[in-house]
Design a protein. Structure first.
Length: 276
């Protein structure tokens, strides 16, 4: 017989303070120059991992994707930009496939071990209206939703000792890194395109040749994408390596606003959208 406690609270539960702390660390992104229409979607995230990935990377991913698809296309070859867009979407698809397989695998373990219910969170869900301005943004939001769906399934399997705590940590860290790396790759590619735009502007002013400028993102001879720094290698190996969980993982990732990087070009958006 279950014991009922009337008016007594044994454990203090969250009343929204957790979400307030998470939202306080949200990446501050300036959308004032983005004039695109958006589809409004109410998003509900329950896991700590899903919430944090959303607030830290979703808006910057959207802004970087907008810069690549809209602003860079006004100054650079459209075919080159299309290759960059395709590379980002291919990476999203690869991570989505990995998450789908993980969800299917977890559900199979539920059935094999007679587990009929999943663990739930005592913290309040994060419910927020999201404005989606591109297909890339929509795909990335779906990716975060899949990871959010998977997290309590893995926790349930660990509670029932179907998987070990170490296995849980490894899979959780790997999948988080894969989702995060999509946004980081988009940021790197947007930075590379901006550098190429800057180089072209400098070449036009000085009569030089910008084709060999460092940091340029351009179409390779094989039809692939070449980027600045680690970006090319990042996209060439879409599967993130399995690594042990990094306890400082979440503390060091600081997304960069692409519209505030490198100021040698005119401000993105001036004379490009709505000013003509």
């Amino acid at each position: 017989m279950a014991t009922k406690f009337s008016g007594a609270q044994i454990v203090k539960t969250d009343e929204g303070a957790v979400n307030a702390r998470i939202l306080a660390r949200e990446a501050k992104v300036d959308f004032r120059r983005v004039e695109a229409a958006s589809i409004k979607v109410v998003t509900r995230l329950t896991s700590a991992e899903g919430k944090r990935l959303f607030v830290r990377f979703f808006s910057t991913l959207q802004l970087n994707a907008h810069f690549i698809s809209v602003l860079a296309r006004t100054r650079l070859d459209s075919d080159d930009v299309a290759k960059v867009e395709a590379a980002i979407k291919a990476r999203i698809d690869t991570v989505a496939e990995a998450l789908n397989k993980a969800i299917d695998g977890a559900e199979a373990l539920f059935q094999a071990n007679g587990i009929t219910s999943s663990a739930t969170y005592d913290t309040q869900a994060l419910e927020i209206e999201v404005g989606i301005i591109s297909s890339t943004g929509r795909r990335y939001l779906d990716l975060i939703g899949k990871l959010d769906q998977l997290m309590p399934l893995l926790q349930t399997l660990e509670i029932h000792e179907v998987i070990t705590t170490q296995a849980l940590d490894i899979q959780r860290a790997t999948l988080k890194r894969q989702v995060r790396d999509v946004a980081n790759s988009a940021r790197s590619l947007a930075t590379g395109l901006r550098r190429r735009m800057n180089a072209l502007a400098a070449s036009a002013a000085g009569g030089g040749n910008a084709s060999g400028s460092p940091g340029a993102v351009r179409a390779g001879a094989d039809g692939g994408v070449e980027g600045d720094g680690d970006t090319a290698g990042d996209l060439a190996e879409p599967e993130a390596r399995v690594v042990l969980i990094d306890m400082a993982d979440d503390a060091v990732d600081q997304p960069v606003d692409p519209l505030k990087a490198e100021a040698s070009m005119p401000e993105p958006g001036e004379g490009l959208e709505g000013d003509r």
